[in-house]
Design a protein around this ligand. Structure first.
Ligand code: SAH
Ligand code: SF4
Ligand code: F3S
Length: 448
């Protein structure tokens, strides 16, 4: 049986794509996934272009793996493996990849991977390279087989691409324009995932709350309405959605938290900066004030709402005062979780041409300060869970040898606690006894 090694970089949407690629190559061409690259006939990288570091990491890892695989296969007297690069770097740089890594024979984009079996057939017949990274006119989702390997938490991409063109961001160029999947397709996929054992459904989109999909009668649904429909499907015990954009918020998306018991009390709402001046330069389309109002509404509708965000420090022109505004916002909101990055200039984006770059030592120092405060609040918010009973969806065994289980609360906090493997895939009430920097600990209320 032919073997596939696939390495994933980037966001949850890429992870979702990777799982669909694995399934498709298994069903249509009999590839079995392996964790050992030296055993693979086909080596694929699903890549991320969001920051320069991600791109650098890709080429160093690609070179390292190529050497390892080539040596191992030569020693075993096997044909060389086929190397392919997909995802957002492939979309952004296309055939350039062949110049930087000549042993790569295949380049495909995030919107063309449904054509992979045909591309592979061609490369088997013919020598040379193949680049297929057009934004496809047809929907890849119509062409793909359904997933078979499903865990307790399963993802469904409902919206792709982005029209916002924030000054720093490559996503509109790598994923294309905003596009929403039809309601019926999503409901069908959710039904299938539940039948395969999924308990929690995560709806994914670059701007998931920009969702505007049609049902079969031609009625447009926003995300809140889509969630209402999904909640009616039997077996869907939990629903979560990521990532939302502050400029696409609606009151209905807040109110559904009071109406839909399956909806997890977790809201990922990136703000990037606490300074109105920087938000404007970034082209985010909302103010600090408007953001804080949405946070207040979300906490008013549910006191346990976990709020997560993303930050960029060192955006061109960011002054010390702008940065202090970001720190003040962090103290004001007390985020449950956040991702934070130094600004990375990306080719083709508007910010790459802006004056007043922030020196990298300054950005690095700001990031360290910001992360110290974000970590403080994350720990604080975790510690505030002590004594509460949390509904934990058990995902699997915790670290090897601990004999414990690990799962997620509705606020997406990780909880480790003792319990039998039979609980995997179930929602278990757990009394929280300890709040740690990145997780909680506790004990199940009922013995098995
Ligand atoms: N659509 C989401 C974010 C998608 S990109 C939103 O608008 O909030 C994920 C995160 O990567 C962003 O929130 C931002 O914090 C970070 N990011 C994107 N481009 C970046 C860049 N050029 N440099 C540093 N971080 C960046
Ligand atoms: Fe990028 Fe902005 Fe679109 Fe988010 S909203 S994906 S940051 S362009
Ligand atoms: Fe990266 Fe593409 Fe996701 S650039 S963050 S993998 S949409």
């Amino acid at each position: 049986m032919k073997k596939l090694y696939i390495k994933n970089f980037g966001c949850q949407m890429n992870e979702y794509d990777t799982s669909r690629i694995v399934e498709q190559l298994r069903v249509s061409r009999g590839y079995q996934r392996t964790d050992m690259p030296e055993q693979a006939d086909l080596v694929l990288f699903n890549t991320c272009h969001i920051r320069e570091k991600a791109e650098e990491k890709l080429f160093s890892e690609l070179g390292r793996l190529h050497k390892l695989v080539a040596t191992a296969r030569q020693a075993a007297g096997q044909e060389p493996a086929l190397f392919g690069v997909g995802g957002c770097v492939a979309q952004a740089t296309g055939e350039d990849i062949f110049r930087r890594a000549p042993y790569v024979r295949l380049v495909f984009g995030p919107q063309t991977y449904h054509r992979l079996p045909i591309m592979l057939d061609r490369l088997q017949r013919e020598d040379g390279h193949l680049c297929d990274a057009e934004i496809a006119p047809e929907s890849k989702f119509d062409e793909l087989p359904q997933s078979q390997e499903v865990g307790p938490i399963a993802s469904v991409t409902v919206q792709e691409g982005c029209n916002k063109f924030c000054a720093f961001c490559v996503v509109p160029y790598t994923r294309g324009r905003e596009w929403s999947r039809p309601v019926a397709d999503i409901l069908q996929e959710v039904r299938h995932l539940v039948a395969q054992g999924a308990v929690e459904i995560q709806l994914l989109g670059q701007n998931v709350n920009a969702y505007q999909g049609m049902d079969s009668s031609g009625l447009t649904h926003d995300l809140a309405l889509l969630i209402r429909k999904i909640a009616l499907l039997p077996g869907v015990e939990r629903i979560r959605f990521v990532t939302s954009h502050p400029a696409d918020m609606t009151d209905d998306l807040v109110e559904i938290f009071a109406d839909i018991p399956q909806l997890c009390t977790y809201f990922h709402l990136p703000i990037q900066s606490g300074s109105d001046r920087i938000l404007q330069r970034m082209g985010r389309g909302h103010s600090r004030e408007a953001y804080l109002e949405w946070i207040a509404k979300l906490r008013a509708i549910h006191p346990d709402m976990a709020i997560a965000s993303d930050f960029i420090v060192g955006f061109p022109g960011e002054t010390e005062e702008d940065f202090q505004e970001t720190l003040r916002l962090v103290e004001q909101v007390s985020f449950d979780h956040a991702y934070s990055f130094c600004y990375s200039a990306r080719p083709g984006t508007q910010a790459a041409t802006l004056p007043d770059p922030v020196p990298s030592q300054v950005s690095t120092a700001r990031l360290a300060l910001l992360q110290e405060r974000l970590n403080f609040h994350q720990l604080l918010r975790n510690q505030q869970r002590v004594g509460h009973i949390e509904e934990v969806l058990v995902e699997g065994a915790a670290k090897k040898g601990s004999g414990e289980l690990t799962g997620r609360t509705p606020g997406f906090r990780k909880v480790n606690f003792p319990g039998p493997a039979a609980w995997i895939g179930q929602i278990i009430p757990v009394r929280i006894s300890e709040g740690l920097p990145n997780s909680l600990r506790g004990h199940a209320l009922n013995s098995p």
